[in-house]
Design a protein. Structure first.
Length: 257
């Protein structure tokens, strides 16, 4: 920690968490009118979720990786977040869906969301990816997906930090067709403290199976190194990524003819 002419610099941050590491740099610089300018970045590599959240009294399991950066200005934490620009990418493997949701959002919302998505409780997480751009305090998804043994959940939408509001749409594609495997797409709205789940009325998305959903939302090739560094090579996320690229290659080739 350095303080020079009022400029607070915390760099580099480097913390070991189990077998993983959290690194980052943050600079807070005073501006005219009691306003501070914030610049920061963070890099998460192979973090043990149970160790990371255990100190806060929150459970969980699996491995987490990711990168993020933010630039903003304001005179409070709320303003800095609500005016921020940057990006955030998170990748997780392992653990189970219900435990993660309960820890993040509470039992009632977790049960409602799992029921709406048609996902059994304690379903193991094969791969979870969230890739967001941050513009003026508003996260907009570029990729949002959850892969399990039996289904693929994809979606998109926004998280408004200034208003603490959610507007997300999700859909589940079963990997193997069964009766009842076509749940209605859902929408998550409300606030971060009190989210609500409801069916997406009037937008019954045409379904072409999990492969079709994956082809639309999967991240660009440039994100693959981050996945490998974040949760390790040969992970379920990397395998999912490779399968998606193989599916898309024939279609991309035919379009060039």
């Amino acid at each position: 920690l350095d303080i020079v002419d009022g400029v607070i610099s915390v760099r580099p941050i480097s913390l070991g968490v189990g077998q993983g590491r959290l690194a980052g740099n943050f600079i807070l610089e005073p501006q005219a009118g009691d306003v501070f300018q914030l610049r920061g970045d963070i890099d998460l590599r192979r973090l043990d979720i149970s160790r990371l959240l255990g100190s806060a009294g929150v459970g969980g399991a699996g491995t987490l990786g990711g990168v993020g950066r933010i630039e903003s200005s304001g005179n409070s934490t709320a303003q800095l977040l609500g005016r921020g620009n940057g990006e955030l990418t998170l990748v997780a493997v392992g653990g189970n869906v219900s435990a993660l949701l309960v820890d993040l959002s509470g039992l009632q919302f977790a049960n409602a969301l799992l029921s709406a998505l048609g996902i059994p409780q304690r379903t193991p997480i094969e791969c979870l990816i969230g890739d967001f751009a941050l513009q003026h305090g508003r996260f907009k998804s570029r990729t949002l997906l959850l892969d399990t043994e039996s289904s693929l959940v994809t979606g998109g939408g926004t998280i408004d930090l200034a208003r603490e509001a959610l507007d997300l749409r999700l859909r589940t594609d079963a990997k193997h067709f069964t009766i009842g495997s076509l749940p209605t797409p859902i929408r998550i709205t409300g606030t971060l403290k009190s989210p609500a789940v409801k069916p997406e009325v009037g937008e019954l998305v045409a379904r072409g199976g999990a492969a079709a959903g994956l082809g639309v939302v999967f991240p660009p090739l440039a994100l693959l190194p981050m996945i490998q560094l974040g949760v390790g090579e040969n992970s379920a996320c990397e395998a999912l990524y490779a399968n998606a690229r193989r599916r898309r290659a024939p279609a991309e080739g035919s379009n060039r003819r």
